[in-house]
Design a protein around this ligand. Structure first.
Ligand code: CO
Length: 459
């Protein structure tokens, strides 16, 4: 049986270990090798890469994509997209979503992994539709979570709904690394028995389950697995590519990835890793195994956010209370998967509830819009009490939120005028307005060979 590999070093590993700070110039020399390794796809764009290019690296994300495409003509290029939210956290109008996808495909993307934080299929359907219209591969995604209302039956039902959109594969996205080998095996088996499209498994090594889970998922029939080249693997990143290739080949699976090329790729990244460790960009803590996430069933990243929040307020002694309150808030919100932005929403609200000494004395703006139905449909039932507190006698919005939004492309084009040199610029601006405008300004200054500085008022 064939097992395909998606290499994540340029996107998820980069994002999970070093906050997506790897500039194009760092990995440019290895692209030719990545193209020859035998990967099914190279996850290299979307997620936080776009924001990071504009905000920190002074790179045009579209140009980065075109350059990767040029250097990797033989491997499918893959991106991660948050459905109607594209690469951010708010809903965009349909014309923006369609234009973004069209341009992504035009600039070189072959596979778009499309997910919604609430697993609300209405929030991915336009993105899937446009991906298919552009002739690219739409990979519909299930955000994996554990709760009393999530089970094999609910996941199979969701997978069937996603398959009905016409996707070419379905990805199980375990962003927290909490899917156990048994759960992974059972879920892949159930999906293989009920849907026809290939199944992709994405997990993280955070809790240490990763390798075992991927092996069991492959045994259950998973077609594609995500992994990261070893020196950018482990911890909050993916399990190591070479280790999985070695193991699966021994078991007789048909694997295209060439271990000799992997060795060269890994050797290339070693000094980059060393540099990141030295500068502190790579913190050894994120490379370790954090089993607390299994006890609290919350992602490791969320746990460290809670600790940071409480430390900043000098209230770290309240951590145990907050950890008890977190699952209660999640239950009140109808058990959303703890992926951004839901993880932040739940964590911040739980902290507020504990610190105020009274539950929901203060409710965040985000929780309010969630309860109003502006993020989509909650997976389970939202607490009636909380709903009343936010909405009074009003009913929550039950439609598809993007239907309430006016088109956005023309307005942004008109606003930018000559600052935007192409439609890609307009999309960068819509996705990250402040960062994009600052980037355009710098680019223009570079072009004119002048420089800019910020005036610090002293009056
Ligand atoms: Co991930």
């Amino acid at each position: 049986m064939k097992v395909n590999f998606t290499e994540t070093v340029l996107r998820d590993a980069n994002q999970s270990l070093i906050a997506t700070r790897m500039p194009f110039s760092d990995f440019k020399p290895v692209l030719e090798k990545l193209d020859k390794a035998g990967y099914y796809s190279l996850e290299c764009w979307g997620g936080a890469t776009f924001d990071s290019c504009l905000r920190y690296l002074n790179e045009d994300p579209w140009e980065r994509l075109r350059n990767i495409r040029k250097a990797c003509p033989n491997t499918k290029l893959q991106m991660l997209l948050r459905g109607q939210n594209l690469l951010g956290y708010k809903h965009y109008p349909d014309d923006v979503v369609r234009a973004f996808i069209r341009k992504s495909v035009e600039n070189g993307i072959d596979i778009i992994r499309i997910f919604d934080a609430l697993n609300d299929v209405r929030n991915i359907e336009v993105a899937v539709d446009e991906t298919l219209k552009c002739g690219a591969h739409a990979s519909g995604t299930i955000c994996y979570t554990i709760s009393p209302i999530h089970n094999l039956e609910s996941y199979v039902k969701l997978a069937k709904e996603i398959e009905a959109l016409g996707v070419q594969s379905i990805c199980i996205k375990d962003m927290a690394g909490i899917m156990s080998p048994k759960e992974g095996y059972d879920l892949v088996k159930a999906l293989k028995a009920n849907v026809k499209v290939p199944i992709v498994v994405h997990t993280h090594s955070t809790t240490g389950l990763g390798f075992m889970t991927l092996l069991k998922c492959v045994e259950a029939g998973a077609d594609v697995i995500d992994s990261a080249i070893s020196c950018f693997s482990g911890g909050t990143s993916q399990p190591a590519t070479e280790t999985l290739v070695y193991t699966l080949k021994q078991y007789g699976y048909d694997v295209d990835v060439d271990e000799n090329v992997c060795k060269e790729i890994n050797d290339f990244f070693k000094p980059i890793r060393a540099k990141a460790l030295e500068s502190g960009l790579l913190n050894p803590v994120v490379m370790g195994t954090q089993t607390d996430a299994l006890i609290y069933q919350i992602p490791g990243g969320m746990l460290s956010n809670l600790v940071a929040q409480l430390t900043a307020q000098n209230k770290l002694d309240k951590l145990d209370e907050v950890l008890l309150e977190t699952p209660r808030v999640r239950e009140d919100l109808g058990y959303p998967p703890l992926v951004t932005p839901m993880s932040q929403m739940v964590g911040v609200q739980a902290t507020a509830n504990v610190l105020a000494g009274e539950r929901y004395k203060n409710i965040s703006k985000e929780v309010k819009s969630y309860i109003k139905g502006e993020y989509g449909k909650a997976p389970g039932k939202v607490s009636e009490e909380l709903q009343k507190l936010v909405l009074g006698e009003e009913k929550p919005f039950t439609g598809r939120f993007a239907d309430t939004l006016a088109p956005g492309m023309e307005e942004a084009k008109a606003y930018l005028g000559s600052k935007a040199t192409c439609e890609e610029d307009v999309l960068s601006y819509i996705a990250f307005p402040t960062q994009a405008e600052a980037f355009f300004e710098k680019r223009e200054a570079d072009r004119k060979n002048t420089f800019t500085y910020t005036i610090k008022r002293i009056d």
